[in-house]
Design a protein around this ligand. Structure first.
Ligand SMILES: [Zn+2]
Length: 80
């Protein structure tokens, strides 16, 4: 699986909608690709921030630094 494929499966992975076979491949890729792991964590954090934004009265979570997002996107060049 390439990084590009992994990113495409990301949303379904987080929703738990991936077929077992694809999920296993996805997990194998994550085990060897730190940039995709970082991307996954960033993505997950962003989703949580978006959810939190809809919850009035919740403690505001500091926004993800734009520099970090750009750094991760820039590092996402491996093709495994
Ligand atoms: Zn990757």
């Amino acid at each position: 699986m390439t990084c590009r494929e992994a990113i495409e499966f990301l949303m379904e992975y987080l929703d738990g909608e991936l077929p077992a076979e694809v999920r296993a491949e996805f997990d194998r890729h994550l085990a060897v690709c730190t940039s995709c792991v970082a991307y996954l964590e960033t993505y997950r954090a962003t989703v949580q921030l978006e959810k939190a934004a809809f919850c009035e009265g919740e403690t505001a979570v500091p926004p993800l630094p734009e520099e970090l997002v750009q750094a991760i996107l820039a590092a996402r060049t491996c093709e495994k």
